[in-house]
Ligand binder design. Structure first.
Ligand SMILES: *Cc1c(COP(=O)(O)O)cnc(C)c1O
Length: 436
């Protein structure tokens, strides 16, 4: 019998997986040109030609808008900044309710707090992990101003149904597409499906500039408000002749010329990255075929998934051992990625804890120490365990997430992952025995 690594047997894989480094001479040369120019950022926080940034920033915005077939692209220094700017541009304010997802990176929900608005958590879809339209509709009140949808794991939200609800109730749709650059809903790009869409260019995303973000919109007014919020709105509103002062307190969310020039090179590599990810997913899923009780997540009809993460559905009753025992045993067979050594084996139970369980929501302490803005919230708004049963079931019992599909993975590397899954699956009686 083949002894599992978790029981002291030999690992399937004893050397790290190849790390993904998408930087090459193109980024290096571009960066060198910027450094040699001495102009590392050309933004000025005053009403001047340079209010909208330098040549690299403007070129990136133009190229991004063209690529994603959208009228405006506004670059910022992170997707988190982009989300905050979008909430501000939407005119959201204290006591307004914004429907958000519990199953996403924390900023997709916390961004509304900076304007004193109240995040209201909707449950997610059983198959696709995006906001569940029925749950969203049930939560709408006369205070609801917007819905923040998330194209989680790289798959677009249910645009037709969610946008119809938004239209009916006159709500703004902010689309967090941080994990989904290049994903498609029909022939429309994720990020362009709502009123404003946000992308991330941080180190862990498909393409990156170290840190960075982008907000896109087809709405001229929103684009201008985003640019004002990005760059100290309050200091220019007079000269810019801005009459609507709502949320015209700005930030410094500006991207540097260095990040912009790197992002321009990275954008050229996006479609190549996506093709490799998709091929890796196909190869991996084929290798797990017939593993009863473990199935790849479904892809929404008429959409293209870009696999920021790849999700497997785990059925504990069918496999016969708990998810945590199974996942820990597979992890023991595998290794980390080079360049990301400190993150450990990139295979996890669940994704992030449902966000309403964070101390922020459990204690209702956000801005200041006295509970603002939660003190403005309607009494019916709850952050208790149980409010999003589908999300909780996925997170605590059935979802396995991994990144073994990143573009540095070759077939022989994926073969090791497949081998590890099968080794644990076929020898799971060793785990059961150990457990009893
Ligand atoms: C990464 C991520 C963000 C935040 O991106 P930053 O650029 O790091 O601020 C927001 N939302 C989602 C869904 C993300 O995955």
């Amino acid at each position: 019998m083949c002894k599992l690594a978790i029981n002291g047997g030999e690992k399937v894989r004893s050397k790290p997986f190849p790390g993904y480094n998408s930087m090459d001479s193109m980024e290096i040369d571009a960066t060198r040109r910027i450094i040699e120019s001495g102009v590392l950022s050309r933004f000025l926080g005053m009403w001047h030609d340079d209010f909208y940034g330098g040549e690299q920033v403007r070129s990136l915005e133009k190229e991004w808008a063209e690529y994603f077939n959208v009228k405006h692209a506004v670059c910022v220094n992170s997707a988190t900044s982009g989300l905050i700017a979008a909430v501000g541009a939407a005119g959201i304010g204290p006591g307004d309710e914004v429907i958000v997802s519990p199953y996403t990176m924390s900023a997709s929900a916390s961004c509304v707090l900076f304007y004193g608005a109240i995040p209201v958590f909707s449950d997610i879809e059983e198959e696709y992990y995006c906001l569940d339209p029925k749950s969203v509709e049930n939560l709408i009140s006369d205070r609801t101003k917007a819905i923040i949808v998330v194209d989680i794991f790289g798959q677009p939200y249910d645009k037709d149904r969610i946008n119809a609800i938004a239209k009916k109730h006159n709500l703004i749709v902010i689309e967090d597409a941080a994990q989904a650059p290049g994903a498609l809903y029909g022939n429309e790009f994720a990020g362009t499906l709502g009123d404003m869409g946000i992308f991330s260019l941080n180190y862990h995303k498909h393409i990156h500039s170290g840190e960075g973000g982008m907000v896109v919109t087809n709405n001229d007014k929103l684009a201008e408000r985003l640019k004002l919020i990005r760059n100290h709105a309050e200091s220019v509103v007079e000269k810019a002749e801005v009459n609507n002062l709502c949320n015209m307190v700005g930030f410094n969310f500006r991207m540097t010329e260095i990040e912009a020039t790197i992002a321009r090179e990275q954008l050229k590599k996006l479609s190549r990255d996506l093709d490799i990810r998709r091929a890796n997913v196909d190869y991996f899923e084929n290798g797990l075929k017939n593993m009863i009780g473990i199935t790849p997540m479904k892809v929404r009809e008429n959409t293209k998934h870009v696999y920021y993460q790849h999700i497997l559905e785990y059925n504990e009753d069918v496999v016969g051992i708990s998810r945590s025992v199974f996942v820990n045993a597979v992890r023991a067979e595998l290794m980390h990625f080079e360049l990301r050594e400190t993150e450990g084996v990139k295979l996890g139970e669940g994704y992030v804890k449902p966000l309403y369980l964070l101390p922020l929501f459990q204690n209702r302490i956000a801005i200041g120490k006295d509970g603002w803005p939660f003190t403005l919230a309607d009494k019916s708004i709850s952050y208790e365990l149980g409010i999003c049963p589908v999300c909780e079931k996925k997170h605590f019992t059935s979802l396995i997430a991994h990144e073994f599909i990143i573009p540095s993975m070759r077939k022989e590397d994926i073969d090791d992952v497949i081998k590890a899954f099968w080794k644990v699956y076929e020898n799971r009686n060793q785990l059961k025995l150990k457990d009893i």
